[in-house]
Design a binder for this molecule. Structure first.
Ligand SMILES: Nc1ncnc2c1ncn2[C@@H]1O[C@H](COP(=O)(O)OP(=O)(O)OP(=O)(O)O)[C@@H](O)[C@H]1O
Ligand SMILES: [Mg+2]
Length: 428
């Protein structure tokens, strides 16, 4: 390759490990032909919104699934294809995408919808950025739809972050209320499966919708996703078996495509840092360790203090005890003691149970129902999906919880060191 030194020897002209590193960037949206392993999901989403391409009313759909399972990617992909197909049938179909974790109020969301509609058309009216309310933005939206579109697909990503869901009712009733003749299909996306329970009944019934669940990727799908980006690396840099290992590790932990790709990238960075010419299985193992800590930190950083304490309680049971699984009651008892340590009022056992359920869905823990014998009835057993060390570290990142015992402190009271009577208050 031609050496482009830019004149300064301080900067390497040629990356020995990466060729097209951008393929591994977190924000990178892969081309259509690099999307693999989601054919059924693509079909299902297309079946819900597809009527638009034939000039018929679409269904609304909610997509649920854990993080990194392709929800955002597939929604945008299908919406764009529907738009193209509609165009082929002389139907003007718009696609609107809003990330509700940023536009987290109805005003922000409607403003963004109005502005992106304006951007896609010749609409002349000025849309003020501030000083006006939701109603005015809706007026612009209906106006533009009426003038320029036969149909529109609205993707509301991370919809559970919206502070109210009135927009769902507005969008689904727009035709009925004679605001516009355009067909509107909404794709809502959430990684909180409990989202529907939070919907107002009135909204839930007007926003009649199908629900789709995206499952975590298995090892062979992850392998294919990574194989499709092998050209991020220089030829022959990835040693045999590295992608397979990376896929196997990621599938075992979470089935998150974003994380799998991150591990691969991290392994490459590591190889480069230590001056290795190739990326080995050992680099993947190390990168996976780092990625796992990051993953747990990301997942827990958004959680409530009580969810963090619940996780910490379970982790501390595992570290100080001699089992891998604990009953809700056992976790709760530990949790109450820990609340005392950090001078926080505990929530109820049922509240804690709900927190654990939420964490199970996020993929930090696994909960399994077990028959407790005739007299006991059934109960839930919780286990950590990850190393308890990572949980302790991640939870202690919270400034209000940094006084909790460290992993090493907890280890000192584990059965292997002979101290079975754990008195957590002794740490305070
Ligand atoms: N089927 C796939 N083929 C290729 N790459 C994929 C696939 N699924 C996911 N990816 C990669 O993983 C990234 C994350 O996927 P996506 O953003 O769709 O996840 P998500 O389910 O929306 O997660 P979150 O709940 O965290 O928003 C994508 O940007 C893409 O790089
Ligand atoms: Mg997403």
């Amino acid at each position: 390759m031609a050496e482009q030194t830019g004149g300064d020897p301080l900067f390497e002209s040629h990356d020995p490990i990466f060729d097209r590193k951008e393929l591994l960037h977190v924000g990178h949206v892969p081309d259509e032909d690099r999307i693999v392993g989601r054919d059924d999901e693509i079909q299902s989403v297309a079946a819900e919104v597809g009527a638009i391409t034939r000039g018929d009313p679409p269904n609304n759909v909610m997509i649920y699934g854990k993080t990194g399972t392709g929800k955002s990617l597939i929604s945008r992909h299908v919406a764009t294809r529907a738009q193209d197909a509609a165009q082929g049938n002389d139907i003007d179909c718009g696609v609107l995408y809003v990330d509700c974790s940023e536009a987290n109020t109805e005003t922000r969301t409607t403003r963004q919808l109005a502005l992106s509609l304006k951007e896609q058309t010749e609409y002349q009216q000025n849309i003020p950025l501030r000083g006006v309310g939701t109603m005015e933005y809706y007026q612009h939206i209906w106006g533009i739809l009426e003038d320029c579109f036969d149909a529109v697909i609205v993707i509301l990503d991370e919809i559970d972050k919206l502070d109210n869901s009135n927009i769902l009712m507005q969008l689904s009733r727009a035709r009925e209320a004679r605001k516009t003749d355009a067909y509107i299909g909404v794709i809502g996306i959430s990684n909180k499966v409990q989202y529907r329970e939070t919907l107002d009944e009135r909204i839930d019934s007007s926003f009649g919708h199908r629900e789709l669940f995206f499952h975590p990727y298995d090892a062979s799908q992850l392998r294919e996703i990574m194989r499709n980006r092998e050209d991020a690396f220089q030829p022959d840099v990835l040693e045999d078996g590295t992608i397979e290992l990376c896929a196997a590790l990621a599938a075992k932990k979470h089935g998150d495509a974003r994380k799998a790709i991150e591990i691969l990238k991290e392994a490459g960075e590591l190889a480069r840092r230590i001056g290795s010419e190739t990326v080995s299985e050992d680099h993947i193992q190390q990168a996976q360790e780092v990625a796992e800590i990051n993953r747990i930190e990301e997942l827990t950083s958004g959680a409530t203090v009580h969810a963090k304490l619940a996780l910490y309680a379970l982790a501390s049971c595992i570290i100080t005890g001699d089992r891998e699984t604990y009953k809700t009651r056992e976790v709760y008892e530990r949790y109450v003691g820990i609340c005392e340590l950090v001078a926080t009022d505990p929530i109820t056992e049922n509240g804690l149970y709900r927190q654990l359920k939420e964490q199970a869905f996020l993929g930090v823990i696994e909960s399994e129902k077990t028959g407790g014998g005739r007299s006991q009835g059934s109960y839930l057993l919780h286990r950590l999906v990850t190393d308890p060390k990572h949980i302790v570290k991640a939870v202690r990142r919270d400034a209000s919880l940094e006084d909790l015992p460290t992993y090493d402190r907890l280890r000192e009271t584990s059965p292997s060191t002979g101290n079975r009577d754990i008195d957590l208050t002794s740490f305070s």
